[in-house]
Design a binder for this molecule. Structure first.
Ligand SMILES: Cc1ncc(C[n+]2csc(CCOP(=O)(O)OP(=O)(O)O)c2C)c(N)n1
Ligand code: SF4
Ligand SMILES: [Mg+2]
Length: 280
């Protein structure tokens, strides 16, 4: 597991919930490897923000993307090479703000990818502005008198958009989060994990989440029960909220064709192009 680390200096604030997410992901990868999943088949991407530094701290292949576009980036990688397990790390501003249309369409088309949201309810890297998941009344540089908006509900949004695996984790519960990550990566289709992530500098929610979360206790195959669990505000359920089987986008689009396995040498490609041109 240790060789998953890189030499990059870690610049997260001491106590940041991102450390729990990084540790959980390393555990998830170690668990997958023990089940025979080759690390070389993992492909990661990240947006822009404190969350995205996780890309620098993991010795895995991938592409460091731009704000909200990690979702499109991993979908492209998956279509080019369906043998990959692709994982996107995003922030709440990143995914529910800048990248929200990518998110909705990835869920709608059941793209085979894992979306891990570091949901700290704040634009952390740019020093504390409110995001789509900030609570009403949240005070920051852009809302000095307190936000007058209600927060968006990520789980309900994903259930309605068609996600086939929806979960909530907490960076303070690393083992459970690692388990959710491994399940999400193995799920064939769009897997979404909203990770409650305290930002100790601009939105410290440790006390709130330590006291206000509990394990989900409903049947995750039951959509109505999942919607009811997602709507809960008294205590927040942690775990798999919904899971179902549905053919993934790459399979629908490519069928049996595998662009890597079936790739032709250059001469073969040129010949095929010449044939198509001569027919037109
Ligand atoms: C298109 C675009 N808009 C705005 C920015 C500026 N920007 C960089 S990081 C950031 C905040 C990221 O917040 P979030 O996605 O919640 O991640 P966090 O830092 O909280 O992990 C913003 C607004 C940008 N880089 N690109
Ligand atoms: S600003 Fe917040 S999210 Fe960013 S590293 Fe510091 S504690 Fe973590
Ligand atoms: Mg954020």
């Amino acid at each position: 597991m240790s060789e998953l680390s890189t030499k990059a200096e870690n610049t997260w604030c001491p106590g940041c919930g991102n450390f729990g997410i990084l540790n959980a992901f390393k555990r998830a990868v170690a668990g997958l490897e023990s089940e025979g999943v080759d690390r070389g088949r993992l492909y990661i991407s990240a947006g822009i923000g404190c969350h995205a530094k996780i890309f620098d701290y993991l010795a895995l292949s991938g592409l460091y993307s731009i704000h909200g576009r990690e979702i499109a980036t991993v979908q492209g990688a998956k279509l080019a090479n369906p043998n990959l397990y692709v994982v996107a790390f995003g922030g709440d501003g990143d995914v529910f703000g800048e990248g929200v249309s990518h998110l909705l369409f990835a869920a709608k088309r059941n793209a085979d990818m894992t979306m891990i949201v570091h949901d700290n309810g704040v634009y952390g890297l740019t020093t504390g502005q409110y995001t789509p998941t900030s609570r009403r009344g949240f005070k920051g540089p852009s809302t000095p008198a307190g936000s007058v908006e209600d927060p968006l509900d990520p789980l309900t949004l994903m259930l309605v958009a068609g996600a086939t695996f929806v979960a909530r984790g907490y960076s303070g519960k690393v083992e459970q989060l690692a388990d959710l990550m491994a399940k999400a990566i193995k799920h064939r289709g769009f897997a979404f994990i909203d990770v409650l992530q305290p930002c100790v500098t601009f939105n410290d929610t440790y006390k709130k989440y330590n006291a206000g979360t509990e394990p989900a206790a409903h049947d995750p195959a039951d959509f109505a029960a999942a919607m009811a669990a997602a709507a809960r505000r008294d205590r927040l359920p942690l775990g798999v909220v919904y899971e179902t089987d549905k053919t993934a986008f790459d399979r629908e689009l490519l069928g049996e064709h595998n662009p890597v396995r079936d790739s032709l040498p250059q001469a073969g490609r040129l010949e095929r192009i010449a044939r198509v041109i001569s027919r037109s």
